[in-house]
Each structure stands twice: as structure tokens, then as C-alpha cells.
Design a protein around this ligand. Structure first.
Ligand SMILES: Nc1ncnc2c1ncn2[C@@H]1O[C@H](COP(=O)(O)OP(=O)(O)O)[C@@H](O)[C@H]1O
Ligand SMILES: O=P(O)(O)OC[C@H](O)CO
Length: 498
């Protein structure tokens, strides 16, 4: 008999991936495609939902082909996606009425300013665990309904559908038969009540979003739909797992115990701490969000976002051209003993957790006549680790749980210098697993649990294998000295507004 597999569709901000996993949780094949980003105005980021769908169709075929795997061998599909990105489409024609508004897009800032001025922040925070920010879907939906002619009327009549990218893909895979999302994605919309587990009618009313356009909210692991045969080689394969990409990574990292934390070093840095069955309210600028819902059990997480993480290295490469490739940053950083007192604060798009300062600009401190390119490169890598510590400090304060280890993944986690410095600056081990495609793995796990491919979470936990552990190599005095310098640099950065 031929081996059976699970296919994960990882629909990220800049590319779509299909990753096929075997029963041991190992990758047997994958494929990846980039798609276009559109920047129609300063600060706006949009995508074409049909291009997203096209890229997904392409990678499904390529991943099967690359691994010489037949479609019949896929027993379940899991979906994980860039979160918050907002799509509104016509239920009858299946056509989007506006491009996808990407999570990074700021066009709904004026709506946010009005909501804040009206004093709604505490209400939204209390019910959704989020802040009022253009990042989340709620004000993006309102923006579309306000700007596309006739849209609100159609939405009121139940003719339009809203979805994050997971909903859109399930709609397409099922040929318009299923309009659903999972609770992790719902918890990023700013209109989902994370305590009552439902769309919050009061918040929907404030944003003038008709309930009729919202998808049904389900758990993260169950059969939502089957592929229609013409989209999947004549087969009806169950779509059985869904989670937002950061929550999927937490699951893929097997962070099931309260207090376990993962950090994904991608374009941005996303830290999630598993807090178990109880949501923890943050006093230190973190978000409270749904971590997962499997087998009737729902868990929560505290989340912190570092806006510029791996993209600081893209800046070194493409902006100031100090490195030719991202891996070269490691080579250069190792050429000097230290950053020699140089601090780079990469606040290129403001500062995220815990500062939430949208006006901060990037800055550099401590330059001398002796400063070389290598010091600046090193300081930029170090800034990624300092920002991570900022978030972890907030997590420790909010949860009261001391950090034992940090599990890492994402592109920049391949940088050994960065991982060592990360461990040095937080004073606990940093654990890098063998499978760093943890986002896709999490989605595969969720689908595999629903179709009986895997038995339970204990089985999944046993799959997690350490590839390399980085342990602290500097003492507490040096560590705290370095970190104090960083805090001063951030303080000075925030003072500089022009
Ligand atoms: N060896 C490396 N050292 C430092 N940064 C790296 C390295 N390799 C990749 N990166 C950074 O990681 C990011 C890409 O990671 P990825 O997980 O693919 O991100 P995303 O999913 O957000 O597109 C880029 O910003 C890149 O600069
Ligand atoms: O697609 P990524 O990996 O950049 O992740 C985006 C996040 O889900 C945004 O909240």
C-alpha cells in the first residue's frame, strides 16, 4: 500500500507554499511561489485574491510533482495563512469587490483615529484582547464597505462575504459551498469576542459591519469542507485544519504547556506564549489571542510583534547595501569582537510591542571614527535579539511564568550568530528544531488530528526534535549592561520625532 500524507497550504504574506508531511512529521516534498504586492498609495499594501488562489493551485500541483506523490496519497489538507488580511467578495459571483487589504496596510488609520477619539479602545481591548489598530481586519472591512459603492447595502442583504485568507481558500476549494473560518483567525479581526466565542454584535455595530457577511467560526481541527473534484485531481479531500500562521507555528513547535514560547524570525518577529485554557490580560502592551481549539479544548496565547526582524537584514542588503546576502551578515558580524557600543534601532515602520509607537523612526547610536561596516551589521543583528527580549520581558511580567527556553523558527533563525546572541541576551537556552517549517507543520498537525492520521498531541510532541541548542555564554553583568544600552537607544529614538 502506498504511504499516506498530509498536505499543508501555507499562504504567507509574500509567498504561498505547499508542504507535504509524512507520519513522522517530516517534510517529503514542497513547493513555493511568490505573488505580487501592490502599493497603490503610501502605506497601503494590497494583493489580488485571485493571484493568491492561483499561487495556491500552482503549489499544490508542484508539491505533488516534486515528491512524485499521487493526489490519492493525500488524506487531509491543512491551511495556515497570513493573518488579518481582509477579503470581501460577492457570494453569487465569487468575485472580490476590492483587492485583499494586507495586514501591514494602513489605509484604515483615519477610522482607527476616530474610534480612539470616541473612547472605544477599552471596550475593544476588553472583548477582543487586541488594540484598536489598522493591523486588524475590523477597520479594513469597514473601509471597504465605506469606499466600494453599494457595498454596505449588499452586505446587509447577505450578498457579500468577508473572510481572512483561510476563509477565501476554503470558499474556493469548495467552489463556494463553505464560508467558514477558525477561531484563531477570527481572534485577529477585532470583532470576535474571545471570551464568549462569537462575533460581537456590539463591536460589529460600532464598525457598521453586518453580521450576515461574517463566516461561521469553527475549531482549528475538524473537517470544514471537501475539495471539489475539479480543483484536486478529481478527488474530494477533507480540508481539516486551519490556523493563523503564528498560531500554527506555536502548534507546530509543540508548545502545548503554559509558559512555552516560540519566536518566528521572519520579515517581522512574532512571539507567542502558550497560556493554557485561560486568556491572560496584558498590562504591558501584549495582545491576548486564541492559540488553538482542538478536540473541544481551547487554549490562549499572549502575543508580541516585532515589526522589523529579518527585514532589518533585507535593509542591510537592499537599502544600505552593506551585505550581499542575508547569510553574509553572520560572516561580517563575526569579524568584530563586539558592536563596539553601536546600537541600531530598526524602527523603520514604528515600534511594535511593547512600545506601540507608530511615529518612531529608525536610528543609530554610538558611532565613532572607529566604527566600521561590520559593527553596524553586527548591531543590526543584535537589534533583532534586543527587540525579542523586550517582548519576552513583557510576557514574563504579564504571565508571571519565568522563561525556561525559547523555541525558534523562521528565516533568520538560520543565523547562528543571531541565535547565540539571542541566548546571551535573554540568559536562557534557545532551541532550534530540525523542522523549521513549523507553520506548515502546525497546519498539517491540525488536519492530521481531525482525520485520525495522528492520535493526539502527545504523539505530536514526540516528533519535536532539537537541531541545535544555543546556551548563554556571557555573564549577567555584561548582559544587563548591553541591554541597558539598548533601552537608552530606544528611549532616544522615541524622543526624536520629525
Ligand atoms: N541567514 C540569515 N541571517 C539573517 N536573516 C536572514 C537569514 N536568512 C533569512 N533571513 C531573513 O529572514 C527573512 C525571511 O524569512 P521567512 O521566514 O521566509 O519570512 P516571511 O515568512 O516573513 O516571508 C528575511 O527578512 C531575511 O532577511
Ligand atoms: O506571512 P507572515 O509570515 O509574514 O505572517 C504575517 C502575520 O500573520 C501577520 O499577523
Amino acid at each position: 500500500m502506498k504511504n499516506k500524507y498530509i498536505m499543508a497550504l501555507d499562504q504567507g504574506t509574500t509567498s504561498s507554499r505547499a508542504v507535504i508531511f509524512d507520519h513522522e512529521g517530516e517534510i517529503v516534498s514542497k513547493a513555493q511561489r511568490e505573488f505580487n504586492q501592490y502599493f497603490p498609495e503610501v502605506g497601503w499594501v494590497e494583493q489580488n485574491p485571485n493571484e493568491i488562489w492561483g499561487s495556491i493551485l500552482a503549489v499544490m500541483v508542484e508539491a505533488l510533482g516534486n515528491g512524485d506523490i499521487e493526489a490519492e496519497q493525500i488524506v487531509g489538507i491543512g491551511i495556515t495563512n497570513q493573518r488579518e488580511t481582509t477579503i470581501v467578495w460577492d457570494k453569487k459571483t465569487g468575485k472580490p469587490i476590492y483587492p485583499a487589504i494586507v495586514w501591514q496596510s494602513r489605509q484604515s488609520q483615519p477610522i482607527v483615529d476616530t474610534l480612539k477619539a470616541q473612547g472605544y479602545e477599552p471596550l475593544f481591548r476588553e472583548k477582543t484582547g487586541l488594540l484598536i489598530d489598522p493591523y486588524f481586519s475590523g477597520t479594513k472591512i469597514k473601509w471597504i464597505l465605506d469606499h466600494v459603492k453599494g457595498a454596505r447595502k449588499k452586505a446587509e442583504k447577505g450578498e457579500l462575504a468577508f473572510g481572512t485568507v483561510d476563509s477565501w481558500l476554503i470558499w474556493k476549494l469548495s467552489d463556494g459551498r463553505t464560508h467558514v473560518t477558525d477561531c484563531t483567525n477570527a481572534s485577529r479581526t477585532m470583532v470576535y469576542n474571545i471570551y464568549e466565542h462569537k462575533w460581537d454584535e456590539e463591536l460589529l455595530a460600532i464598525l457598521e459591519i453586518p453580521l450576515a457577511m461574517m463566516p461561521e467560526v469553527h475549531s482549528s481541527s475538524e473537517i470544514y469542507a471537501h475539495t471539489v473534484p475539479h480543483h484536486f485531481f478529481g478527488l474530494e479531500v477533507p480540508v481539516a485544519g486551519v490556523a493563523g500562521d503564528q498560531q500554527a507555528a506555536l502548534f507546530g513547535q509543540a508548545c502545548f504547556e503554559p509558559g512555552q514560547v516560540k519566536n518566528t524570525y521572519g520579515t517581522g518577529g512574532f512571539l507567542l506564549m502558550q497560556t493554557g485554557s485561560q486568556p491572560v490580560k496584558s498590562q504591558h502592551g501584549l495582545l491576548t489571542t486564541v492559540a488553538c481549539s482542538v478536540g473541544g479544548e481551547r487554549s490562549y496565547a499572549l502575543e508580541g510583534s516585532v515589526f522589523v526582524s529579518g527585514s532589518a537584514i533585507q535593509w542591510l542588503r537592499d537599502g544600505v547595501e552593506m551585505v550581499k546576502s542575508a547569510p553574509e551578515s553572520e560572516e561580517l558580524a563575526r569579524k568584530v569582537e563586539s558592536s563596539d557600543g553601536v546600537y541600531v534601532v530598526p524602527a523603520f515602520v514604528g515600534l511594535g510591542t511593547p512600545y506601540w509607537d507608530s511615529e518612531a523612526k529608525g536610528s543609530m547610536f554610538g558611532l565613532t571614527r572607529g566604527t566600521r561596516k561590520e559593527h553596524i551589521v553586527r548591531a543590526t543583528l543584535e537589534s533583532i535579539a534586543y527587540q525579542t527580549r523586550d517582548v519576552l520581558e513583557a510576557m514574563m511580567k504579564d504571565s508571571g511564568i519565568p522563561l525556561k527556553t525559547l523555541r525558534v523558527d523562521g528565516g533568520a533563525s538560520q543565523n547562528d550568530f543571531l541565535m547565540q546572541f539571542q541566548s546571551d541576551i535573554i540568559g536562557v537556552p534557545v532551541d532550534r528544531p530540525e523542522v523549521v517549517e513549523t507553520t506548515a507543520l502546525g497546519a498539517a498537525y491540525l488536519a492530521g488530528l481531525a482525520v485520525g492520521f495522528w492520535k493526539d498531541q502527545a504523539e505530536l510532541k514526540a516528533h519535536w526534535k532539537l537541531q541545535q541548542q544555543f546556551t548563554p555564554e556571557i555573564g549577567v553583568v555584561v548582559r544587563e549592561d548591553l541591554y541597558r544600552g539598548w533601552k537608552k537607544a530606544v528611549e532616544a529614538t522615541q524622543l526624536f520625532k520629525n
